[in-house]
Structure formats: structure tokens, C-alpha cells
Design a protein around this ligand. Structure first.
Ligand code: GBH
Length: 460
């Protein structure tokens, strides 16, 4: 066991535009699908919206000072497409470009590497009005947007992530409808799965055309899927389909141009309708690295008598067994999101990715973190459980790296408490507490622990 992380390991923290920026109607920003969705009654807990969020748009200098104190070498943030192109077309909004130039320059001046995500879920509403990720035209629009970003920021950005969690974009956005745009149609979700894969590859080529030395990756959300009923063939099949749907789809696409065969068979016409001749070549984009967002493992099993009747079909187009369930030995340890805590899964996952996709040169953990119901007492937030979650996951990662897993960086989700999508402000993931009345920032105990780990370059 090596006693430290690698010498050149990248320590970072991550956020996303709509979750922190606020300033929703400032400097010509156009509407995104999350503006529309959050303002639709019943979609977000407490009717919360990102209108103000953490007011990061006006307070980024303070946030950079906090990161400087933390000691991170990199910051992963996303660009709001509708700030640069309010209508999702070719008409630019220079004030949007100015904002990201100010942010990037301030990061560079602070000695923090800016790492950009081009798409973290805030699609210009005008593009959704044409069908969004279910309409193939989005691929060209995304490619043009990527080109414009590379031209504007490529002199200072060396690492790019095209899309954050295309699984969530496709399945939460177009199949179960819990995220914007809130559609519920398997056909649209399968189409979005294909178009996000095409868009990633097209944007990778577009960025490299402008910046040949750029490092470009895709960030996927993954979990190890544990089958607790290995003798039930239906569950075995479901676990395999689930793994292909969540873990394999986008990585197989950009490494081989092919989708997992069990899903090709399962999707049938839903897929063959949207895949055009020549797409296999278009899907391939030689990977520089893979970004992985890891929160917890998944568990599947045969239904038990006490289970509520399964929802017919679930939200994936294959028969679903009980999943996302909490095995008995883990239920006393759920996060505020109701997710299990499975730190060993992070190490296991990076080892699996290294084994199954040897052409991926290296991995960056682009998000990992937890939500708990924090309380501020005498100006302090003693977030013991989040601190324990952080330490346990970093120990697991450190051991996996000693075992040979090629992981070059870790980004804690999230720098700030922020707008947690359909959960609004009710769920806090930050290592820094945000008071949503005053916008005051208070580093939590987990922040202090992370700072120590970064300084020591070890979690063990
Ligand atoms: C990320 O998505 C997002 O990138 C980020 O914006 C967000 O704030 C953060 O996570 C926290 O939510 O129900 O037990 O089966 C997370 C993607 C997909 C991870 C669904 C958890 C369900 C776990 N999530 N998954 S479970």
C-alpha cells in the first residue's frame, strides 16, 4: 500500500452553473430548460428555482478565495449555454462570454486550474422547443457551441468535459421526467441516449480542431450493480441491462462506436429509427480520460412479499426488478437523499473501468459527495457524517490507485450547498454551508478535513 496519493494528483472541487450562479435574468442570459421546469408548479420541492441560487455570479471572487484557502489545484465548473447563446442559435451574447472570461482569469490568477464542463443540464429552452436532446439537430448546435467555447477560452482552458452525466440527461429528463424537460417517453430517452453520445464525439473533435493539445473527456455517473438474487434469471437479465444502460452505453460508444448488444436487442426500433448509416464512425472519439461521478452502488433483487407492487415497466424499456433498494445491512446508514453509503464501491468501480475499457488512458473522479441535514450551531457546521463519507471514499480510492487504477484527480461535490435540482435547496451537498437569505458562506468540518487531506496528500 502506498502511503500517499501520486505526487501530481489533482485535488479539486466541483459545481454547476444553474445550481450556483443565480442572476438568471442578468446580462442577456436566455432561458434554459431548468428555468422553465423549476417554475412549473409541482416539479421542484418547495417550488424552489435557481433564480438566485448561491449568487455566485456576483460572488465568485469570494468563492475563489475560499478555494484558495482549501488548497485545491483545480476547480470544475460548467458554462451556461444560454448565457453565451440565449436562443441556442448563432447569436452571441458578449456579456455572457465576459462573465466566464472574468471567472477564468480570476482562477488563473489564484493559481487554480479551471476545468470546464460544457453541458451540465441547462439546455437553452429554444432548443428544447425543437425537441431538445431527442432531436438530432441538437448535435450540430452543441458542436457549434463547443467550437465557440474553445475559440473564446481555449487559451486558458486545457481540460474540457463535454457533457455531465448523459444518462441523467436522457433518462431523468426524457423518461421518468423528474428532471427538465420533464418528458416521459422511452422513445425520446433512447433518442437522447444516442444524440448525447454523438454530441460528445462531435464536441471532442470540435474542441481539438481549435485546440489540438486540449484534453477532452466525458463525465458519466456510474455505480456497481449488485445482484442479490443471482439464481433468479429475470434479475440476472435485468442487472445486465441496467449495467449496459447506465455504465456501458456511452463508454462503449466513444471507444468502439457500438452500443451494448443486449440493449440494441432490447431497444429494437426505438434505436434503429434514430441511428443513421455512418453513425458508428461518428460515435468514436479517442478518449483522453473518463470523468466518473460516483455517489453509491446499486442493488437489484427479486421482489419480496412485503415490497410495494412494482411500477409497471419502471422508467426503462425493459422489465424492471426491485432496484435502488437498500440491502438490510446498509439501511441504518443512508444519506439525506436516501442513498446507501458504499465507499468500497468507488475503488471497485475504478478498477472495473480500467479492466473493461483498457483504451481509456486515465480516470478523474469529477464528483463524489453526500447530502446530510446540516445544522449550524454557534456559527459552525459539524458535519460528522459528510466528513466520514469523504474520508472513507478517499481511502478506498487511494487503495485502488496503489493497486494500479489510473486515477489522476478527485473533485469533491460540492464546493457550496446549492440548488439540488428536483430537491431544490432542501438537500445540502456542500463542504461550505450557504445561508440562502444572506448568501453567507461558512466552511463546514468536512471542508477542514478535506483541506488537511489535500495538504498531506493522503487520506490514510
Ligand atoms: C450528480 O448527479 C449531479 O451531477 C449533480 O449536479 C448533483 O447535484 C449531484 O449529483 C447530487 O445529486 O436512488 O440509490 O439508486 C447524481 C446522479 C443518479 C446519482 C441517480 C444517484 C441514484 C441513486 N445520481 N443515482 S439510488
Amino acid at each position: 500500500m502506498s502511503s500517499h496519493f501520486p505526487e501530481d494528483f489533482t485535488w479539486g472541487t466541483a459545481t454547476a452553473s444553474y445550481q450556483i450562479e443565480g442572476a438568471f435574468d442578468v446580462d442577456g442570459r436566455g432561458a434554459s430548460i431548468w428555468d422553465t421546469f423549476s417554475k412549473t408548479p409541482g416539479k421542484v420541492v418547495n417550488g424552489d428555482t435557481g433564480d438566485q441560487a448561491c449568487d455566485h455570479y456576483n460572488r465568485f471572487d469570494e468563492d475563489i478565495a475560499i478555494m484558495k484557502d482549501l488548497g485545491v489545484s483545480a476547480y470544475r465548473f460548467s458554462i451556461a449555454w444560454p448565457r453565451l447563446f440565449p436562443n441556442g442559435d448563432a447569436v452571441r451574447e458578449e456579456r455572457g462570454f465576459d462573465f466566464y472570461n472574468r471567472l477564468i482569469n480570476a482562477l488563473v490568477a489564484a493559481g487554480i486550474e479551471p476545468m470546464v464542463t460544457l453541458y451540465h443540464w441547462d439546455l437553452p429552452q429554444a432548443l428544447e422547443d425543437k425537441g431538445g436532446w431527442a432531436n438530432r439537430e441538437v448535435v450540430k448546435a452543441f458542436e457549434d457551441y463547443a467550437t465557440a467555447c474553445a475559440q473564446a477560452f481555449g487559451d486558458r482552458i486545457s481540460t474540457w468535459i463535454t457533457i455531465n452525466e448523459p444518462w441523467c440527461v436522457s433518462w431523468l429528463g426524457y423518461s421518468n421526467g423528474v428532471h427538465a424537460p420533464g418528458k416521459k417517453d422511452f422513445n425520446l430517452a433512447v433518442a437522447a441516449s444516442h444524440h448525447t453520445a454523438l454530441a460528445h464525439a462531435a464536441a471532442t473533435r470540435a474542441i481539438k480542431k481549435v485546440c489540438p493539445d486540449a484534453t477532452v473527456g466525458l463525465t458519466v455517473n456510474m455505480n456497481n450493480i449488485h445482484n442479490e438474487s443471482p439464481h433468479d434469471q429475470e434479475v440476472v437479465d435485468f442487472a445486465g441491462l441496467n449495467d449496459s444502460n447506465l455504465n456501458r452505453w456511452w463508454i462503449d460508444a466513444f471507444t468502439t462506436g457500438k452500443y451494448p448488444q443486449n440493449l440494441v436487442d432490447c431497444y429494437g426500433e426505438m434505436l434503429s429509427r434514430v441511428v443513421l448509416p455512418g453513425d458508428e464512425q461518428l460515435l468514436i472519439a479517442a478518449p483522453d480520460f473518463l470523468g466518473i461521478n460516483y455517489y453509491c452502488d446499486g442493488f437489484v433483487r427479486s421482489p419480496r412479499p412485503e415490497d410495494k407492487p412494482a411500477i409497471e415497466g419502471g422508467f426503462m424499456p425493459f422489465p424492471q426488478r426491485v432496484d435502488g433498494s437498500s440491502p438490510a445491512h446498509l439501511t441504518n446508514d443512508l444519506t439525506a437523499m436516501g442513498w446507501v453509503v458504499t465507499p468500497e464501491g468507488l475503488g471497485n468501480l475504478v478498477k472495473r473501468v480500467h479492466k473493461d475499457w483498457p483504451s481509456v488512458p486515465y480516470i478523474v473522479i469529477t464528483e463524489n459527495g453526500s447530502s446530510y441535514d446540516d445544522v449550524k450551531v454557534n456559527g459552525e457546521v459539524i458535519d460528522t457524517k459528510r466528513t466520514a463519507y469523504l474520508v472513507a471514499h478517499l481511502q478506498s480510492l487511494q487503495n485502488a490507485i496503489s493497486d494500479g487504477a489510473p486515477v489522476k484527480g478527485y473533485f469533491a461535490w460540492s464546493l457550496l450547498d446549492n440548488f439540488e435540482w428536483a430537491e431544490g435547496y432542501a438537500k445540502r451537498f456542500g463542504i461550505v454551508h450557504v445561508d440562502y437569505q444572506t448568501f453567507e458562506r461558512t466552511p463546514k468540518m468536512s471542508f477542514k478535513k478535506y483541506k488537511e487531506i489535500i495538504a498531506a496528500n493522503t487520506a490514510i
